[in-house]
Design a protein around this ligand. Structure first.
Ligand code: XIL
Length: 417
């Protein structure tokens, strides 16, 4: 739309809304026009439409889950207000991981499980979601980075007995957790099972306690993935929740060599006759991201089977265009130097343009859920990953106000400075 026509529409609309006594949650309001033909100005926060409403309309799907990963702290204060207005789903950033839910019993060696699972923090998140009519994505039943060692304790010399013991631990855990959270709409059943070695003949990562436990006695380490999906499928059937999605979640699916590994694992699960409903694409991106490869990742999953769905599970866009070596070396350099608390506008504009292209790529029937890995730039894991450094990867700034990245996503006519 022509900018000047658009500005006129905005003026009429805002006058109409004012006459009606305000814009409610802002779902129908438009931002004010840019100032005087010069540099575009960031629209006022008050004029921001609700992200969830705008995107549900764009994607043509009522109740489309637009999520954010949160800790318990975000159920209050500014974050809670942002969540209530803009988001329709939450993910537990950490509270549903196995080391939080069912840690070792303190002081036990060999490790024993705590007497009771610790559902407290996750329950606080689920209650917040319920109170605010939000959906919940379950993350994650099984992840190599969070394996309480009691899961893999057993008699290593008794190969078949040991395998049965570990399988039983997995079953006990998955059954307890899925039943405790009957209303999640999807579970990341297995997180990050694929190796980073591009196009690997063996697509599984071996640096995993699960893989190692299953490989004991010369058995096949990769079987844990099929077992997890089998068990989750049985629990889902017993819960009578056929709509609950069972997902394989991983990062770097936008990189062809890694994507190939993830797809091989999906195929293994299907070939084994275990239920799998789709792939979670974490999409921890940076300014180098190639949106065409994000689209290619969705298309590749669609090509495996039309029954599979795509979820965007952990979206954020780092303001650093780091080289790949940054993630292996985790030092500055090769990671780029800290930009400080106020990154240049050019970087924020580049980020905004990328976010716009990404949400356009998400407008695709197979993509049925989009979640960001955080609410606002005041809290992001990227301040300490891959190095300690200020990052600003989300749609809302450190004060909780919509950034350029927000505006490019909600309004296709906005131009960035
Ligand atoms: C991260 C959390 O954000 C951090 O707080 C925690 O210390 C480590 O895990 N991929 C995932 C997420 O699947 O679970 C990770 O979350 C980020 C990378």
């Amino acid at each position: 739309m022509n900018r000047f026509v658009y500005a006129g529409v905005a003026a009429i609309l805002s006058a109409t809304l004012a006459a009606c006594g305000g814009g409610g949650d802002g779902g129908g309001s438009l931002p004010p026009p840019v100032g005087g033909g010069g540099t575009p100005q960031l629209p006022s926060p008050a004029s921001a439409p609700a992200l969830k409403t705008t995107l549900a309309a764009k994607f043509g799907m009522a109740n489309f889950p637009i999520g954010a990963a949160i800790e318990v702290a975000s159920t209050g204060g500014t974050d809670a207000a942002i969540l209530q207005k803009h988001f329709s789903s939450i993910t537990a950033e950490n509270a549903m991981k196995p080391d939080t839910i069912w840690p070792n019993k303190p002081g036990t060696a060999p490790a024993q499980p705590a007497d009771q699972p610790n559902f407290g923090p996750a329950d606080a998140l689920v209650n917040f979601a319920a109170t605010n009519s939000m959906q919940v994505r379950g993350h994650t039943l099984l992840w190599h980075q969070t394996v309480p060692t009691w899961f893999v304790v057993g008699d290593l010399n008794d190969t078949m007995g040991y395998r049965a013991t570990v399988q039983q631990h997995l079953r006990t855990y998955i059954t307890a957790v899925m039943n405790h959270f009957p209303d999640v709409y999807a579970w990341d059943v297995v997180n990050e099972a694929a190796t980073d070695t591009p196009n690997a003949a063996d697509p599984y990562r071996h640096d995993s306690l699960w893989y190692a436990a299953y490989a004991n006695g010369g058995l096949d380490g990769k079987d844990y993935v099929v077992d997890a999906f089998m068990i989750a499928g049985e629990v889902r059937a017993a819960m009578n929740k056929p709509g609950l999605k069972l997902m394989l979640n991983d990062y770097n699916t936008e990189i062809p060599g890694k994507r190939a590994n993830v797809l091989k694992i999906v195929q293994d699960v299907i070939n084994a006759g275990a239920p799998i409903d789709g792939v979670g694409h974490q999409l921890h991106l940076n300014l180098n991201a190639d949106v065409a490869q994000v689209t290619a990742a969705f298309a590749a999953v669609e090509a495996v089977s039309s029954t599979l769905t795509n979820h965007v599970t952990e979206l954020d866009v780092s303001i650093y265009a780091d080289p790949g070596t940054c993630f292996t070396q985790r030092t500055i350099p090769p990671c780029l130097a800290d930009l400080g608390a106020s990154p240049p506008q050019s970087v924020l504009s580049q980020q905004a343009t990328l976010y716009r292209a990404l949400f356009n790529a998400f407008n695709r029937p197979s993509v049925t859920s989009v979640s960001l890995w955080g609410v606002a730039d005041n809290h992001t894991w990227l301040n300490s990953w891959p190095v300690n450094r200020t990052n600003r990867p989300l749609l809302f700034d450190t004060a909780g106000n919509p950034k350029w990245a927000f505006w490019t996503v909600v309004d296709s006519s906005i131009t960035v400075p």
